[in-house]
Design a binder for this molecule. Sequence first.
Ligand code: NAP
Ligand code: MG
Length: 497
Amino acid sequence: MTRKKLNQSTETKTASTPFVFEYSPAPQETNIVKIEKKNKLFIDGKFVAPKSGKYFATLNPATGEKLADLAEAGKQDVDLAVKAARKAYKNVWSKISGEERGRYLFRIARLIQERAREFAVLETLDNGKPIKETRDIDIPLVAAHFFYNAGWADKLNYAFPGHQVSPLGVAGQVIPWNFPLLMAAWKIAPALATGNTVVLKPAETTSLSALLLARIFQEAELPDGVVNFVTGAGETGAELVAHKDINKVAFTGSTDIGKSIVQATAGTNKRLTMELGGKSAHIVYEDAAIDQAVEGVINGIFFNQGHVCCAGSRLLVEESIQDIVVKKLKRRMEELRVGDPMDKNTDIGAINSKEQLNKIHSLVKKGREENPDFFESSCPLPKKGYFHRPCFFNNAASSSTVSRVEIFGPVLSISTFRTPDEAIAKANDTNFGLAAGIWSEKGSKIHKTALGLKAGIIWANTYNKFDPTSPFGGYFESGFGREGGRHGLLPYVEVNS
Ligand code: NAP
Ligand code: MG
């Protein structure tokens, strides 16, 4: 391991050029994972070939190479999955006690823990996020969500004191690619704990971890049909949410698709939960612990390549400390390692797909046309695969594209404020309302600011901290309904009295 000055050839990095340790590669073994070449659908407890006869490829975004073929569920396949879920609901899952449901969920949680490294490697291969994140964040949280909801299964009367609740029936769930297994856990665990059965469609670029989860369900002897996975494209998701025999739609994804689902289900009796996009703000006051705030901003936007719905993609910094914050941000960004997600030292992995990378490129291009005050880290990018350097736009106008549009990549916009009221007004000046971060050493200022913000999740002096006991969800174009915590049970029950 050697210590050297980074990027000496690039401009602006002289006295402030950071020193970092150059690590030797520390690759995670991938042979602990066995990937089937041709994958089937998981319906009624079994892996079955799709009636559609169609398959499509899933890639490793860090190399662009194909990992496997996935089945593409058509209308008939979705119908079979919903029928299996209905049968399991009627005959088994709605009949057994909460205690028994909890026992299955505890068993699933323990099995996930036992195979955690395998899940982490598979998720990193298919999604492109760094192994240190899948290993230390995604998979432990997946297990935690199953444990947490297992605990509620026999205590629903305490979750809703004074009320009798009953399950809704069959839930149709559609999830995105940014936290594939975690989003599956957020959806499946509360649905099962409250007595519902599930048909879930994973994102087409990241379905492999759901199929491994199906194997865990088999191992846990979860009754057939209680959870079914229909892999496929957007049309498969549209078939699922339109199916007449589902009682509940839980969707996580983009605001545009969310709106189309709300329209498609209008006039039906289906209950909806929508977890959509965001353009969340950090407010950094001049009295904040600046190094800590800079680290939080870095984590808030560059964690998971910025593929985070609640990413802190707008930095609002008090005018008096703008220069020092920007200087420290640049220095820290130069230290971030972008590259092989399977290397344990990598900070920023691969963008999940070529389409997403193109989308980021085009928004950054538009941003540079509107605002030339642009900085990106000078790190080298791998020759293969889909990668993007961490970058920011300084002095971005509130009306600019990069301040308004969800980019879903490692791109930050920075603007300033002079008073707390201005900070609040600017933070709220968005169509979204998912998250916010407040950085100050003054508790009273944090509380006053938080009261003025319209965001579902507000962190103080930290960011991107997730916990199964905390509700998560947004306002406005960030959607409605909450996942996690006691609040996350409510969308899956009928409150009868
Ligand atoms: P997306 O394009 O909306 O896709 C989400 C899921 O919906 C995928 O499984 C997709 O299938 C499916 N889908 C596409 N068209 C559909 C249709 N017409 N009907 C039903 N399902 C359809 O979103 P994404 O690009 O995968 O994910 C990124 C978005 O998710 C961002 O906006 C992010 O903010 C949001 N997100 C929100 C939260 C939250 O909790 N608020 C959490 C994570 C992500 P394909 O994969 O085949 O396209
Ligand atoms: Mg993939």
